[in-house]
Design a protein around this ligand. Structure first.
Ligand code: NAD
Length: 395
């Protein structure tokens, strides 16, 4: 029987909602590329319920305990005396999530001799030291596509929020004012602007598709060029690198995984080469940009705005400069954990566990590392050369 250690974000400080804002979530038929939704044998929660936090337990307890396994759920993940570190020593499976990452460093992997499977509840497994996991023979899996559209919607929202100066305008009315000139003095239309996407994978492509009706000129950079039919359909301009894209557009939206080749891609030099008054939205990973280069560029006006939902580390300190830098529209790491997204990734985690315990292959598209190398989705999206490892960079 296995021990499953699950690290989730804390419960709402205001308590569980006595009722939800809506009675149900839409039923999807599949993902845009034809991939099927998760197919667990059953679910012990109602889709639309809050299952992503500690008390929600991803809806896994009944299923796991009925099969004789042990489930430990905690949000206590920092420091050598954390519940995570203590319970990790004899855990067989770890479930963690990008929103509240339990950084699975090489040291932690070395402290967990029984660990065989690390599941990311969501998408993006950069909180795991992939090199160390490969060496230790650990399988890493995530629920590919489960929250890609959720993030794309958030990115489009934040682009519009920045360009149209939404948050300051809202704050004027919420504070009793009617300050139209103040609100308008930084507000523009995106119509006619150039918008560029860094990485046109599942999320990046969904952003491009959602922005096309706004009559913007669409650009992208990806290490894998899209099919000519897609480029033609969306009138895309391809760039050979991020620097070329950055200097050609008014708005950049970042959607690449974090790995050695994307770490600090947007540094002071690249940002200085952008048009004055550009906007950056980053819902991918914080360390793809240089933290203080963003702050400096907002202060000088080189950037007109920065938004996103990803920070480093997570949770960030109370004095993290991105909380207070000018013209930011940051949120906590929430885009991929809407109630709609949680239902899908919780079902996907259960599907992965069911496959694992039944000794059946985990879906190829869910795999990041397997059999001692990058695999599945991981083989096309990640590189590993040991130059960054979670918990050791950029802090
Ligand atoms: P995906 O695998 O479908 O797409 C990733 C794309 O990145 C691929 O097209 C790949 O070719 C491209 N890429 C990889 N390395 C690159 C490089 N060096 N330069 C340019 N392009 C490169 O993944 P996805 O579902 O679109 O997710 C992308 C990332 O978004 C995840 O890895 C994760 O970090 C982040 N994400 C964030 C949230 C959130 O809640 N904010 C949720 C899900 C995913």
């Amino acid at each position: 029987m296995a021990k499953i250690l699950c690290v989730l974000y804390p419960d709402p400080v205001d308590g569980y909602p006595p009722t939800y804002a809506r009675d149900s979530i839409p039923t999807l038929r599949g993902y845009p590329n034809g991939q099927t939704l998760p197919t667990p044998s059953g679910l012990d929660f109602v889709p639309g319920e809050l299952v992503g936090c500690v008390s929600g337990e991803l809806g896994l307890r009944k299923f796991l305990e009925a099969a004789g396994h042990t489930l430990v759920v905690t949000s206590d993940k920092e420091g050598p005396d954390s519940v995570f570190d203590r319970e990790l020593r004899d855990a067989d499976v770890v479930i963690s999530q990008p929103f509240w990452p339990a950084y699975l460093t090489a040291e932690r992997i070395a402290s967990a001799p029984k660990l065989k499977l690390a599941i990311t509840a969501g998408i993006g497994s950069d909180h795991v030291d992939l090199d160390a996991a490969i060496k230790a023979g650990i399988t890493i899996a995530e629920e590919t596509y489960s929250n890609s559209i959720s993030v794309a919607e958030h990115a489009v929202m934040q682009i519009l929020a920045l360009v149209r100066n939404f948050l300051p305008s809202h704050e004027w009315v919420a504070g009793g004012g009617w300050n139209i000139a103040d609100s308008a003095s930084r507000a523009y239309d995106i119509e006619g602007m150039s918008v560029g996407v860094v990485a046109a994978g599942r999320i990046g492509q969904a952003v491009l598709r959602r922005l096309a009706p706004f009559d913007v000129a669409l650009h992208y950079f990806d290490t894998h060029r899209l099919a000519p039919e897609i480029e033609d359909e969306l009138h895309l301009t391809f760039h050979p690198d991020a620097a070329s894209l950055a200097r050609s557009v008014d708005v950049v939206s970042i959607h690449a995984p974090l790995h050695p080749k994307t770490y600090h891609l947007f540094d002071a030099e690249v940002i200085a080469s952008m048009r004055r008054g550009s906007y950056i939205v980053n819902t991918a990973r914080a360390e793809i940009v240089v933290r203080d280069a963003i702050v400096d560029a907002l202060e000088t006006g080189q950037l007109a705005g920065y938004a996103g939902d990803v920070w480093y580390p997570q949770p960030p300190a109370a004095d993290h400069p991105w909380r207070t830098m000018p013209n930011n529209a940051m949120t906590p790491h929430v885009s991929g954990t809407s109630l709609s997204a949680q239902a899908r990734y919780a079902a996907g985690v259960r599907e992965i566990l069911e496959s694992y315990f039944a000794h059946k292959p985990i879906r190829e598209e869910y795999l990041i590392v397997d059999g001692g190398s990058l695999a599945g989705a991981g083989a096309s999206s990640y590189t590993t050369d040991g130059t960054i490892s979670p918990g050791s960079s950029g802090r």
